[in-house]
Design a protein around this ligand. Structure first.
Ligand SMILES: Cc1cc2nc3c(=O)[nH]c(=O)nc-3n(C[C@H](O)[C@H](O)[C@H](O)COP(=O)(O)OP(=O)(O)OC[C@H]3O[C@@H](n4cnc5c(N)ncnc54)[C@H](O)[C@@H]3O)c2cc1C
Length: 406
């Protein structure tokens, strides 16, 4: 990690970049009934909207990268600036004061796939992908889950068979978020079916446009189709695109999963970005702010959001001090989804039938998208039950869950 410029010089440079390329946001205070009332959890866009937003996001990401703010902590040999993580945090805090395109399309790509390439890819692959991923030119997705393997990820069946300097991949993935616009995918495959299930897996980076890859959208109950089934029929992948050693894919998967829980639990989704004022104003607007049960539920949500905010800060401090995100992230992810569920219950109690029948009221029917999206968040990135097992066994040191007899 380089010494770099003093933080104040760096921030002056960042301010210069943001002033010239984005508009500063005014003082933004939540006012009931003003602005957009969208509070969805999953992406709900038409293909045209999605394309336009990605194009805009890519233009922004490239500008940011070219100005030296796209991968502040990354190694210089792959286009980063090798500055300490407080520079990254300071930049993000400053950038949040400006109106810039959403970088959601890069969430999985940069939150999970790129860190795994950096940790496990060979130099050629890091050179080929990291800079273009952080610049937003290339987007990556995560091809882990299969119809019969989700929580029990080591049970996946997609086969990879060696063929000279290449591998041939055949099988099916499911629930692949963003596959519809991804250029590459991090795919876990079975290479040695005769070995114990955790030991016969190998990870690759696959070209999502290679012959034999077929992507089919899955429509979710909120209306949109942000994830997909992906079929692989004899898809060729060069051996250089292997991440980690042959049959060591489980270790590589753990790198991705830890980063995934950090990305989800770290407040990137849902209630993490919603203010308590919204719920208070909603209760006032519908005249239930004096109802003791609603008041109790409001206080409960406030306490839970505060506690998980502090837990996140503790976990993030661990990451900042150079340690790997660990089981704390399972607590953060679990806390986030529990809070989302509490919020969904609270707004359902306040709104009643307005949640499901559009009364035209600002902020009422719109919450349906949030309430219907919460179950998905309780499953994505490790289900609540699996998170509880991890917290019980690895954080609290409780006896291991008994394995079913086979
Ligand atoms: C919004 C969303 C986005 C997603 N994006 C991606 C993606 O981009 N890439 C990808 O690969 N996957 C993705 N997934 C899939 C996700 O990783 C899986 O859905 C998840 O791992 C659970 O697997 P499953 O659906 O097969 O459920 P199962 O594992 O079959 O679980 C079914 C039920 O059994 C419970 N259960 C399972 N094992 C245990 C246990 N040991 N103890 C107690 N209870 C248990 C679970 O908690 C759950 O309630 C996404 C899912 C969602 C909802």
């Amino acid at each position: 990690m380089s010494e770099g410029p003093p933080l104040e010089n760096f921030l002056a440079e960042a301010k210069g970049f943001l002033d010239s390329n984005a508009n500063a946001r005014g003082e933004s205070r939540f006012v009931w009934g003003e602005g957009s009332d969208r509070v969805g959890v999953l992406e709900e866009k038409s293909p045209d909207q999605e394309r336009a937003e990605i194009d805009e996001a890519k233009i922004w990401k490239a500008k940011e990268f070219d100005a030296g703010f796209g991968w502040i902590t990354g190694p210089t040999e792959y286009g980063g600036r090798a500055l300490p993580s407080n520079f990254e945090r300071s930049y993000q805090a400053l950038a949040a004061k400006y109106s810039t395109p959403s970088t959601t399309p890069f969430g999985i790509s940069l939150g999970m796939v790129a860190p795994t390439i950096l940790a496990h890819g060979i130099v050629d692959v890091r050179e080929q992908y990291l800079e273009s991923m952080y610049r937003g030119d290339v987007i990556g997705c995560q091809l882990f889950s299969e119809p019969i393997a989700g929580s029990d990820l080591a049970g996946i069946q997609t086969r990879a068979i060696r063929d000279g300097d290449e591998w041939r991949l055949t099988g099916q993935k499911v629930w692949t978020s963003n596959a519809q616009y991804s250029d590459v995918g991090e795919i876990i495959t079975r290479t040695s079916p005769d070995k114990p299930k955790h030991k016969g897996l190998t990870m690759f980076l696959v070209d999502m446009r290679a012959p034999g890859v077929e992507i089919r959208p899955l429509r979710q109950m909120t209306g949109g189709a942000s994830f997909n089934e992906v079929f692989f029929e004899d898809v060729r992948v060069p051996d250089s695109h292997r991440l980690g050693d042959v049959d060591e894919g489980w270790t590589v998967a753990l790198t991705t999963l830890m980063n995934e829980r950090a990305a989800i639990g770290g407040g990137g989704a849902g209630v993490g970005t919603m203010s308590m004022t919204r719920f208070l104003e909603m209760a006032r607007y519908y005249g239930v702010d004096g109802d003791p049960l609603i008041r109790q539920a409001l206080a409960d949500v406030y306490i839970r959001m505060s506690v998980s905010g502090y837990t996140n800060q503790r976990a993030m401090a661990k990451i900042r001090s150079g340690q790997l995100p660990g089981p704390e992230m399972s607590i953060a992810k679990l806390a986030l989804t529990q809070n989302m569920q509490k919020v969904a219950q609270l707004v359902s109690d306040i709104l009643g039938p307005r949640l499901v029948a559009d009364s035209g009221d600002w902020g009422a029917y719109a919450f349906g998208e949030f309430v219907l999206g919460v179950p998905g968040m309780r499953v994505a990135g490790g289900t609540d039950e699996v998170m509880r097992n991890i917290v019980g066994e690895r954080v609290l040191g409780l006896p291991k869950e008994p394995k079913p007899l086979s």
